[in-house]
Design a protein around this ligand. Structure first.
Ligand code: SF4
Length: 254
């Protein structure tokens, strides 16, 4: 890891490296930016070879660390979870998957996927703008700004449409673990950090949808539905994780 990197910054970011100002301080960016396009494509064998090599390196590091601390690593490797632990794992999965905010976030991804893939015709919108340019209704500068604005709002809703659920599920799983194994001192909780980045993604998606509303008034029903679901998810996350907003994310909130 480079000396300049901020430890743990990648744990509570939105993984949108192209738009991140911390690329020069991020360990994940440092390693993933060196990967070839084949290594980044999960349909390519090179992706899985690279993943497998990463796992191997991690295991080697853990073995070394265990040895240093006098821990018998084979006990960890051969560990068989008890019936109770397996049941607990299943209850955790259920809690994270069936929680009302997780259900709502899945509903939201489905709606946004249909909205961006089927409901809206971007090519038609650009044609319409060009026509307005020919008729002198809009200047070329206005057309450029509008096109960029629509493109940006689209990218935002697409980027976060699955991200929100992933982070909410991580926050809920963390909350479950924290309740099962409580610590008796006030430590920043990973679940609050995950909930915070989910809330940030929700707010950015709401702003993007609000922008799209002005450009696609004919899609009002879908857009208002998306905004209403996002608002319900936001409220649900705020209630479940009241300390999320005060979580300090390394780098971003410092
Ligand atoms: S902190 Fe920035 S550079 Fe690092 S993984 Fe997150 S978005 Fe990418």
């Amino acid at each position: 890891m480079g000396d300049n990197n901020i430890i743990g910054i990648h744990n509570y970011c939105d993984r949108w490296c192209e738009r991140c100002v911390f690329t020069s301080k991020c360990e994940v960016y440092e390693s993933t930016s060196k990967l070839s396009s084949e290594q980044l494509d999960s349909d390519n064998a090179e992706f899985w070879d690279n993943l497998s090599s990463n796992f191997k390196q991690t295991i080697d590091l853990l073995k070394k660390e265990a040895e240093k601390r006098g821990i018998d690593f084979s006990e960890i490797e051969n560990y068989e979870p008890s019936e109770e632990e397996q049941q607990n794992e299943l209850r955790k999965r259920d809690f994270a998957k069936k929680h009302s905010v997780a259900v709502l976030s899945r509903k939201y991804s489905k709606l946004t996927l249909a909205f961006t893939k089927e409901d809206v015709d971007l090519t038609e919108k650009v044609r319409e703008l060009v026509k307005q340019g020919h008729l002198g209704i809009k200047t070329s500068e206005e057309i450029g700004t509008t096109t960029a604005d629509i493109g940006d709002a689209f990218e935002v809703v697409q980027w976060y449409m699955f991200f929100i659920e992933v982070k909410i599920q991580r926050a809920l799983s963390g909350k479950f673990d924290e309740a099962e194994d409580p610590v008796d001192f006030d430590f920043p909780k990973d679940s609050d950090g995950s909930a915070k980045i989910a809330l940030i993604a929700i707010e950015k998606s709401m702003a993007a949808y609000a922008k799209l509303h002005t450009y696609f008034p004919e899609q009002e029903d879908v857009i208002l539905n998306a905004l209403s679901i996002l608002q319900q998810i936001k409220r649900g996350v705020e209630l479940e994780f009241p300390k999320a907003y005060s979580f300090v994310r390394p780098g971003f909130d410092q």
